[in-house]
Write a protein that binds this ligand. Sequence first.
Ligand SMILES: NC(=O)c1ccc[n+]([C@@H]2O[C@H](COP(=O)([O-])OP(=O)(O)OC[C@H]3O[C@@H](n4cnc5c(N)ncnc54)[C@H](OP(=O)(O)O)[C@@H]3O)[C@@H](O)[C@H]2O)c1
Length: 413
Amino acid sequence: MSTTSLFYTTTLNPSSTFKTNLLSSHHHFNKLQLTHAPFSFPLKTHFHSTKRLSLAAAASPISLDTPTKSSFRDKPIKDINVLVVGSTGYIGNFVVKELVNRGFNVIAVCREQSGIRGKNSKDVTLSKLNGANVCFSDVTNLDVLEKSLENLGVEIDVVVSCLASRTGGVKDSWKIDYDATKNSLLAGKKFGAKHFVLLSAICVQKPLLEFQRAKLKFEGELVEESEKDESFSYSIVRPTAFFKSLGGQVELVKDGKPYVMFGDGKLCACKPISEPDLASFIADCVLKPDMVNKVLPIGGPGKALTPLEQGEMLFKLAGKKPFFIKVPIEIMDFAIGVLDSLVKIFPSWEDAAEFGKIGRYYAAESMLVYDPETKEYSDEDTPSYGKDTLEDFFKRVLEEGMAGQELGEQTFI
Ligand SMILES: NC(=O)c1ccc[n+]([C@@H]2O[C@H](COP(=O)([O-])OP(=O)(O)OC[C@H]3O[C@@H](n4cnc5c(N)ncnc54)[C@H](OP(=O)(O)O)[C@@H]3O)[C@@H](O)[C@H]2O)c1
């Protein structure tokens, strides 16, 4: 990672004043209230313009002593500066597009080599983030990130984090899902952010995996931050499964291969949500007062689907006779047991053991709202949003393949 902070801009707007009266209704929201969705340096900075050469650096430097109350929600959308971290990820990229389309002034923070295994060059990254102001920096280094934001010379109103470990490994989960996300909170707040939208995951309700513990720790600290500072708020978005996570067998079925599932195919269920629908939901969180200071579990339209139902849907769409292979879940338990024993001898195998646990988790745990008292998942209690269906996604993948839906180094989260 280069430590050079580069900032490519189209329409970055400095905020000249902090106004009073942020979120007059803010205090009325309970902290960490689980709710249904409302439908309820770097030493140098280089400025480049990708569009209109309308760089608008702050007329005067940001004073960090400025009064803490502001009213970004009162500003015209074009003047609201939204910092997006994790902007080059599967969801982050859609979030950037959605915010740009809604007219926000988006600052997308990213690495110089982005994407799965860093395959995207700077130029590719810039084209993927078209319409946003792109800031090349390092979210894993607080000093670097703060310096990059300082060099922008603008106030941040809202931070949206779509950061996630690309591997799901133990150390990387803590490095990204906790440390880097925390850096984004600290740096964002330092430069004026009054609201933080976090892309989390519904599975943190029952945390058995390191990345879930890392996310949960950050969620807790985000809530604490809002409790300490009444002018600061959060929206924690906990989606169910993404389409990409369920599309892995579409092309196999199309080629006449069996659909593989664990147990009887009914061990778990989810309400899959498409990337544009989730991005729209996340963008709603930027301004909607009824999404403030809430934990928002969210799924896509329709009822929850088990792997068996997904497989049946797929065979029907592919015009093939159903052909299932049912794998006993105990096989995974055995493999995890072996890996856990090996980790005691070979600590470097900890990620392999963690990946086994991740696989086991998603084979048996539903991505639905969980009641810790009854220990049951509920389809009815899991809110739906959007219009894209898994059926339409399967049809599209059957026709066009899985291009653009790559899962990355890890294939479960
Ligand atoms: N898959 C599902 O079904 C599902 C369901 C519910 C919730 N979720 C949650 O959704 C979240 C986002 O998922 P996603 O699929 O959009 O993630 P993703 O595609 O893997 O994107 C991860 C983002 O984090 C950035 N990042 C990772 N490591 C970094 C590092 N060392 N330095 C700087 N940036 C780094 C990536 O930047 P680069 O491009 O530079 O690597 C990328 O922008 C995850 O937290 C996941 O748990 C997933």
